[in-house]
Write a protein that binds this ligand. Sequence first.
Ligand code: ZN
Length: 283
Amino acid sequence: MRLNDISRNIRVRDQRGSGGGGLGGGGKLGCGAVVLAIAGYFIFGLDPMSTLGMVDSVQTDAPVQTGGQTLEESCSVNEYSRETCAALSSLDATWQPLFQQAGIPFTQPTLNFYDGRGQSGCGAAQSAMGPFYCPSDQGIYIDTSFYDQLDRQLGAGGDFARAYVMAHEYGHHVQNLTGQATQVRQLQQQNPGAANRIQVAMELQADCYAGVWAAKNRELMEPGDIEEGMTAASSIGDDTLTQGRVSPDNFTHGTSAQRMEWLQRGLKTGDEDQCDTFSALLR
Ligand SMILES: [Zn+2]
């Protein structure tokens, strides 16, 4: 996908350089106090988020940057960073007008880069968790080394596979802003026996939203993109990832077939209203 433009208005926070690598070689990190605060969390059990929160509170509407790096620096740490920032720029630009049309208040999510370990509004972030969305701080968290894993271990390389991952996490942000995420949690509390099926519907909807985003940017798609997306969706299906070790009742993200089906539906229709996985799966 030809995602080349990086908006100056995306929200990015950078925790890299604070994890396993320690502070060595941190010369490019200009803001020592924040970096030390993050390192302190692991060594002394301090809470760095209070320090980061102070930084946020004085720059409410500006792109959030900590770790002393500018947006440009954070987005050019490596090729994956550039791609991730470009995908976020496109996702913001695609979804914001849809919220405007629907009359639902829109806020941008914050992309949080971290390396190995990080901190999120939902607790500790660890790269083994894979990319995730935290509703309470509206953050998308990613250790971009996941993309190497996706390519080498799961056999799903390519820029569109990576863009799909970002678009899926952004789909959870959409669910958060529309109130669907809250409804899902209420539904799960009322039907604990169906909690996993409801969770699967939520994940498949995020896949469908990822497809909708791509479809709305069809002019940027390149030959092979759809195949890359389908390979990625297939490779991260619960049945494929767990290889029979987990019963279907305990699936959380859907089977490979389901993930491909809902990504495909978004890609084909380009219509977010076609992503009602809840009606389709919870009859
Ligand atoms: Zn998800």
